[in-house]
Design a protein around this ligand. Structure first.
Ligand SMILES: Cc1cc2nc3c(=O)[nH]c(=O)nc-3n(C[C@H](O)[C@H](O)[C@H](O)COP(=O)(O)O)c2cc1C
Length: 173
């Protein structure tokens, strides 16, 4: 009897799925800028929507991007070792959905106008900022690779409002 009530009082250990869902719900509250990360080169053209983009240091200018190893863009980024981070502005929700869904790669790029800076990765003409990069190191993040990137060229469009993903919805600030 006593043993049974002790067992009843023990806190239930959450399952891996429950911990994952709790973490996903928490991350939904961590607002982040939405970017389209592109690449082109011998490994082919690719692009995906990404919020896991972060500055590392300005000496020298370095940022990181987390890329899902199972995504369609992974083989191209891994082979090209170049990418461009294009930060979206208000009004780019549809572009984010296009690059964040299962649309074939060429249809994704038909939705906007692109040019080039240094690496050959597509630069979104009306992005808030575009950061053209060479991948200099890759760390193992489990399901994702953490790409440490040298920023080799920057293009800025004056004005505009940022597109933020927060609470599983888009917001302009
Ligand atoms: C708002 C948003 C943010 C995303 N952030 C990332 C990210 O940081 N890294 C990543 O690998 N995928 C991210 N994704 C998912 C990719 O965009 C998605 O895997 C891909 O474009 C669709 O899968 P596919 O290219 O394999 O067809 C995000 C998607 C959305 C809609």
């Amino acid at each position: 009897m006593q043993a049974s009530s002790l067992t009843d009082a023990a806190p239930a250990t959450p399952s891996l799925d429950e911990r994952k869902q709790e973490y996903r719900n928490a991350m939904a509250r961590l607002g982040a800028a939405v970017n389209i990360v592109t690449t082109d080169g011998p490994g082919g053209l690719a692009g995906f929507a990404a919020t896991a983009v972060c500055s590392v240091t300005d000496s020298p200018p370095t940022l990181l991007v987390c890329l899902n190893r199972g995504s369609s863009a992974y083989p191209a980024v891994n082979a090209n070792r170049v990418l461009c981070v294009n930060t979206l502005e208000r009004g780019h929700e549809e572009l984010s959905r296009l690059f964040g869904g299962k649309t074939p790669v060429h249809e994704r790029f038909e939705g906007a106008s692109w040019s080039l800076l240094e690496t050959g990765s597509p630069v979104l003409d009306d992005a808030l900022i575009s950061l053209d990069c060479r991948v200099k190191a890759i760390s193992d993040g489990g399901t994702h690779d953490i790409l440490i990137c040298d920023v080799v060229a920057i293009r800025e469009n004056e004005g505009g409002q940022a597109l933020i993903y927060f609470d599983r919805r888009y917001h302009a600030i």
